[in-house]
Ligand binder design. Structure first.
Ligand code: ZN
Length: 247
């Protein structure tokens, strides 16, 4: 099975559409959406319509911290700009959207993989995997050889080394990484809707279960259009600028 992994869509319709079109061209036969469907950008309803349609056709859809916050969860520890977008998004959602979001799990099992938005170690605490020790706790929290997460907004691939210590590297976009069955692998999928590594192009990845490979992708999209919608919605200017700057 070729599974497209999309994380941190963050209400960015242009980025989501570009990644889904790219994934279709690669011939994927399934989708896993790793949370943070909402927040930051200006198209929550259109993005949720697409996500709900994918879910109807078997996609795995998880909730992220921004989705939970949009349902009324705590957001006081978020940045000012993130909070402003949460408050704006809450006002856009109707009962059908809230019902859909309320039914989303925080983690899921899919074949040989554990899926989560943040670390699968206490997933409701939204911990960032930011180095060897947090990666180790994420591996320890599940038994599967593969772990796919989002939340960090940077693409990074961890693997267990011979002494058990996790190491990491940044996969080259478009180049399949063979996943040795002798190791465990944890992919942090970069953000579809708000990349933060200095490139505006959207991030997503494909896991090819048959070939035993992971491929990350960068997909250019109309970030100027997405930024215009952020401004038109009255969301903070910083949120528009960072789409174009990719940081
Ligand atoms: Zn996010």
């Amino acid at each position: 099975m070729r599974l497209a992994l999309l994380a941190d869509i963050h209400s960015n319709l242009e980025a989501l559409g570009a990644c889904l079109a790219h994934a279709r061209r690669q011939g994927v036969d399934g989708y896993a959406l790793l949370g943070d469907l909402l927040g930051y950008n200006a198209d929550p309803l259109a993005c949720l319509d697409i996500v709900a349609e994918l879910a109807d056709h078997g996609a795995v859809v998880l909730a992220g911290n921004h989705d939970v916050a949009c349902l009324g969860g705590l957001c006081e520890n978020m940045s000012f700009h993130a909070r402003e977008a949460i408050y704006w998004t809450r006002a856009q959602l109707g009962a059908p959207q809230r019902g859909f979001l309320a039914g989303l799990p925080l983690t899921a099992a899919h074949g040989l993989a554990t899926l989560a938005h943040a670390s699968p170690d206490q997933p409701d605490r939204w911990q960032y995997i930011s180095g060897g020790s947090t990666a180790r706790r994420a591996f320890d929290a599940c038994a599967t050889p593969l772990v796919f997460v989002g939340h960090v907004h940077h693409t990074l691939l961890y693997f267990t080394s011979a002494n058990g210590e996790p190491r990491s590297f940044q996969p080259v976009p478009g180049t399949p990484v063979p996943l040795s069955a002798l190791r465990r692998w944890l992919l942090i999928v970069g953000a579809v809707g708000q990349p933060r590594d200095g490139l505006s192009a959207a991030c997503y990845a494909i896991h090819d279960g048959g070939a035993g490979t992971l491929t990350s992708y960068r997909v250019p999209y109309d970030c100027a259009a997405a930024a215009r919608k952020v401004r038109a919605a009255g969301l903070p200017e910083r949120l528009a600028l960072r789409l174009e700057a990719g940081r």
